[in-house]
Design a protein around this ligand. Structure first.
Ligand SMILES: [Zn+2]
Length: 130
């Protein structure tokens, strides 16, 4: 991969990163807004209206899930940017071969080539016992 390509992907990654941070802050502020009741940390009030809190909790859990999924991707973007700095961008973390350019165009923060990615997914399935 030549320097020009790397620069192009770096720009892509920085754009993605900006987008993720905006999305994450939106999820966070929505989470806060869905809980307008005083959040003074008063633990004695948590059991007052369990029925009312059901949907609230689910909404919050959804936000946490979204935030963590996004957070993971943000982490991967950061890793890719670090690899650009180290001059390792575009080579597979696992086998060291070049990652397919089409793959990087689809997922600029991919750390593994298609083959290793598949291998790892298979290993994960096996380690989960089915
Ligand atoms: Zn590989």
């Amino acid at each position: 991969m030549n320097k020009k390509d790397v620069l192009q992907f770096e720009k892509l990654l920085l754009d993605e990163r900006k987008r993720f941070i905006i999305e994450l802050s939106q999820i966070e502020s929505e989470g806060l807004m869905s809980n307008p009741k005083e959040s003074s940390g008063d633990l004695s009030s948590y059991s007052y209206h369990p029925a009312d809190q059901g949907s609230d909790t689910m909404e919050k859990e959804k936000n946490v899930f979204l935030a963590s999924a996004k957070g993971n991707e943000l982490y991967e973007i950061d890793q890719a940017l670090l690899r650009i700095k180290d001059g390792k961008f575009g080579s597979c973390q696992r086998c060291g071969k070049e990652i397919e350019k089409e793959r990087l165009e689809a997922v600029p923060y991919a750390l593994q080539c298609v083959k290793c990615r598949r291998l790892e997914e298979n290993e994960r399935k096996i380690s989960q016992g089915g």
